[in-house]
Write a protein that binds this ligand. Structure first.
Ligand SMILES: [Zn+2]
Ligand SMILES: [Zn+2]
Length: 186
C-alpha cells in the first residue's frame, strides 16, 4: 500500500488525514475492491493497531464510513462541508487521551480501548477537521482529472493542488500543452 498523502497535520504516528483519503479512495473509486483484507492492510499501513481479520460487520461499517466521508471532500461550500463533518464528529465516540504503544506519546481521539472502527472514525474525522480549521475546506477536494474520482487533502506548502496524484497532474499538464500547440484551423 503506497502512502501518497501528507502527514504533518496530525503527526506521522496515526495520520487521520491520510487514512481518510486512502479509505475514501479505496472504497469509492475505480472499482477497487474494498475487501476485509484490503481494508485491514490499509489501516495497518497507517499505523492502526489491527490485531485480527476484520469481521464482515467491521468491513461494512468502514465502507459506510468512507461513503460518508467522501461528501466532505466533494463539498465546495465551506459552511456545508463543516456541517457534514460536524455531524460525523458528533457520531464518532471521542475521548481524547495520550497513548504510547511503542510509537511514542501521541493523541488518540476515541476512548481508551475503543474498537477499531470507532478509532478510525475518530481519527479520520478529527484529521479532516484540522485541515478545515487550519487551511480551509478548499484544501479537501476531488481530483480535477475528467476520468478520476479520487479525493485528496492538500496541506503542502506551495501551489494549490487540484489533482489526486502526480500522474493525474502530469497527464493533464501534457494535454493542456498539446491543446495549446495544436494550430487553430482557419
Ligand atoms: Zn496510537
Ligand atoms: Zn486523479
Amino acid at each position: 500500500m503506497t502512502r501518497t498523502s501528507p502527514t504533518e497535520v496530525t503527526g506521522y504516528r496515526n495520520d487521520g488525514v491520510g487514512t481518510a483519503v486512502a479509505l475514501v479512495n479505496v472504497v469509492t473509486t475505480g472499482g477497487r475492491d474494498a475487501s476485509a483484507e484490503t481494508l485491514r492492510a490499509l489501516l495497518a499501513s497507517y499505523n492502526f493497531k489491527v490485531d485480527e481479520l476484520l469481521t464482515e460487520d467491521e468491513t461494512q461499517m468502514l465502507r459506510d464510513w468512507a461513503l460518508r466521508l467522501r461528501p466532505v471532500f466533494a463539498e465546495v461550500d465551506q459552511a456545508l462541508a463543516i456541517d457534514l463533518l460536524n455531524a460525523l464528529m458528533v457520531e464518532a465516540p471521542m475521548r481524547p487521551h495520550i497513548s504510547d504503544h511503542g510509537l511514542g506519546p501521541h493523541l488518540h481521539y476515541g476512548p481508551p480501548g475503543a474498537a477499531l472502527v470507532d478509532r478510525v472514525k475518530a481519527n479520520t474525522a478529527v484529521g479532516l477537521a484540522f485541515v478545515i480549521c487550519e487551511y480551509g475546506a478548499g484544501r479537501l477536494g476531488v481530483c480535477l482529472d475528467a476520468g478520476c474520482e479520487r479525493v485528496y487533502a492538500d496541506i503542502a506548502r506551495g501551489p494549490r493542488r487540484r489533482y489526486c496524484s502526480k500522474a493525474c497532474l502530469n497527464r493533464n499538464t501534457v494535454a493542456a500543452f498539446r491543446a495549446r500547440q495544436t494550430p487553430t484551423s482557419t
